[in-house]
Design a protein around this ligand. Structure first.
Ligand SMILES: Nc1nc2c(ncn2[C@@H]2O[C@H](COP(=O)(O)OP(=O)(O)OP(=O)(O)O)[C@@H](O)[C@H]2O)c(=O)[nH]1
Ligand SMILES: [Mg+2]
Length: 535
């Protein structure tokens, strides 16, 4: 038998973007007709969508890895690569999306509600899109980048109006069967119900759903029995009904004691604060309205017990119903009392602001401005880490086997101000610069490399980036240090001014690199590729 799955870890990844194409238009009598390489298509996204027909997460339990399709590569003649298809994953109403650490990402309630679980990767620009006044026929294109890859946890919370809680074998499933058309499994051994049953009840004008929460016992809130996993199913209910077994055979049990144990379990169970209860605000589980159903009064002992505890329960403020799932005694009254609570809760909902916060959609911020430089230390040598959405993405788009592509990357970085900021952060030629977290992409920093201008300007077959870096002598270092010391006061002032002006820098060790390095001559006035209209 297929089991009910209400929690799965889903591994999703968006499609990789297609690569841009390098191509040159060829026509008769027009051998060099300009670049015509098309752009790669974007990778498809993975989207979770509430579909009313979907009732379990079972599919994802069986196949937890889901990928959207990749974008196609661009082609000559300005043909764009095909877009990757969006992969829509249907989920049941009431699915909560979390990270593995339990952070709620989205609360999917209502048919059609969507959440982008993994964005697709951007397609790379073809050489036709990269051409500019300065770079008429680019001999390179941008690579498509991988889509997001994430693990998300899906949890299902049934959205029943009324939850039946009680000890195993109290008769919860029997009551659902007696009051609705649902036919849950019923047997007189504990933990018969392994998943919550849902039944639809019609009482007068009001139609509502009831669900049972299986296996609540002492310690359930700490994970004993089966109740812990299932308590989350009652988080959204408008009211609770205590089903108390008046004919339990165990001598150490009585309805009052059972009720107290269940109540203390509910107290201990922390209601997920992502859910706003009826009325808009969060109503803790232990403060929701509740009724008491004293069950099994068809049994003579059960009737006696019910009559015995009734006054005490009423004294505690509960509305009490003596019922029998077997003979159906008292069910009508219980049904109408439930309906009344549901009607009131729905009334509140109408006047209140929307109950469920819209899902938190976090598409990738492709247009986010800026970056920061973090100064670190590795093997006693300084290391400068460039962090920012753009630089990190650009690096992924770069074909490092193609010099022109590397030059273009350098242009982009320089144009964004990375080079200048490296200087300001105290980076010196030869220092290690890493783009991105972790190992990222590592450079031995040569300022001119970042400028890229010299690369284009240098004679064919040479590349000044490869010219050897001459280590400064001790005296030179000392002099350099002195210069910097003098400049430090000025630098501090400058930094302060920048801070006031709202210019970012995370660098803890801000140093002015002295007049020599104050300006990166020539880097910005040539071959700037940023005018290709991308980013
Ligand atoms: N005599 C009598 N027996 C009942 C009544 N309601 C339930 N039972 C019996 O009690 C036993 C347990 O009933 P269930 O409805 O399965 O109990 P449950 O609360 O769903 O139990 P779990 O699923 O284990 O949590 C079954 O043998 C039922 O036939 C009732 O009103 N009268
Ligand atoms: Mg049951």
């Amino acid at each position: 038998m297929a089991s009910f799955v209400d929690r799965v870890v889903l591994h999703v990844s968006g499609g990789t973007g297609g690569h841009g194409c390098v191509s040159v238009k060829r026509e008769k009598f027009k051998p060099l007709g300009g670049p015509d390489g098309g752009n790669g298509g974007d990778g498809g996204a993975v989207i979770l969508r509430v579909e009313p027909q979907t009732t379990t997460l079972l599919d994802y339990h069986h196949a937890p890895h889901r990928h959207a399709t990749n974008g196609g590569n661009g082609m000559g003649d300005w043909r764009e690569g095909k877009r990757g298809e969006t992969l829509i994953l249907p989920v049941p109403d009431g699915t909560v999306v979390k990270t593995r650490d339990g952070e709620v990402l989205a609360d999917l309630v209502g048919a059609g509600t969507e959440y982008v679980a993994a964005a697709g990767g951007q397609g790379g620009l073809g050489n036709s899109s990269l051409s500019s006044q300065k770079r008429k026929a680019p001999g390179f294109a941008l690579l498509g980048i991988p889509g997001d890859a994430r693990d998300v946890v899906l949890e299902l919370k049934s959205i029943a109006d009324i939850a039946l809680v009680g000890f195993p074998s109290a008769g919860k499933s029997s009551l659902i069967a007696a009051m609705s058309a649902a036919r849950p499994k019923i047997a007189d051994y504990p933990f018969t119900t392994l998943r919550p049953n849902l039944g639809v009840v019609q009482a007068g004008e009001v139609r509502f759903t009831i669900a049972d929460v299986p296996g609540l016992i002492e310690g359930a809130s700490e994970g004993r029995g089966l109740g812990h996993d299932f308590l989350r199913h009652v988080e959204r209910c408008a009211a609770l009904v205590h089903v108390l077994d008046c004919a339990a055979l165990e001598t150490d049990r009585d309805p009052l004691k059972d009720l107290e144990i269940i109540e203390s379990e509910l107290d201990r169970y922390a209601v997920d604060m992502s859910y706003a209860g009826p009325g808009g605000e969060v109503v803790p589980l232990n403060e929701r309205p509740r009724l008491v159903a004293l069950n099994k009064v068809d049994v003579p002992d059960g009737r006696d017990m019910a009559e015995f505890v009734r006054p005490e329960l009423e004294a505690r403020g509960y509305r009490v119903f003596e019922v029998s799932a077997t003979s159906h005694e008292g069910l009508r009254q219980l049904g109408f009392a439930m309906a009344e609570i549901v009607r009131e809760a729905r009334e509140l909902l109408k006047t209140a602001p929307p109950v469920v916060a819209p899902p938190v959609l976090r598409p990738r911020a492709v247009n986010e401005k800026g970056f920061v430089i973090r100064r670190e230390e590795k093997n006693l040598e300084p290391l400068f880490r460039v962090l920012g959405e753009k630089p990190e993405r650009w690096v992924k788009q770069t074909d490092f086997t193609n010099d022109e592509a590397v030059g273009y990357l350098a242009d982009r970085l320089a144009k964004l101000g990375v080079e200048e900021q490296l200087f300001r952060s105290g980076a010196k030629p030869g220092d290690t610069v890493v783009i991105g977290e972790g190992d990222g992409v590592v450079f031995d920093w040569e300022p001119t490399m970042m400028g890229g201008a010299e690369l284009l300007a240098s004679p064919r077959g040479t590349d000044i980036r490869l010219a050897e870096y001459v280590r400064p002598t001790r005296d030179q270092k000392r002099e350099d240090h002195q210069n910097r010391k003098d400049a430090r006061a000025a630098a501090r002032e400058e930094l302060e001014a920048e801070r006031k002006a709202g210019i970012w820098t995370e660098s803890v060790n801000y140093k002015h690199s002295g007049p020599k390095a104050a300006k990166n001559d020539g880097a910005t006035d040539t071959g700037s590729g940023g005018d290709a209209g991308e980013d």
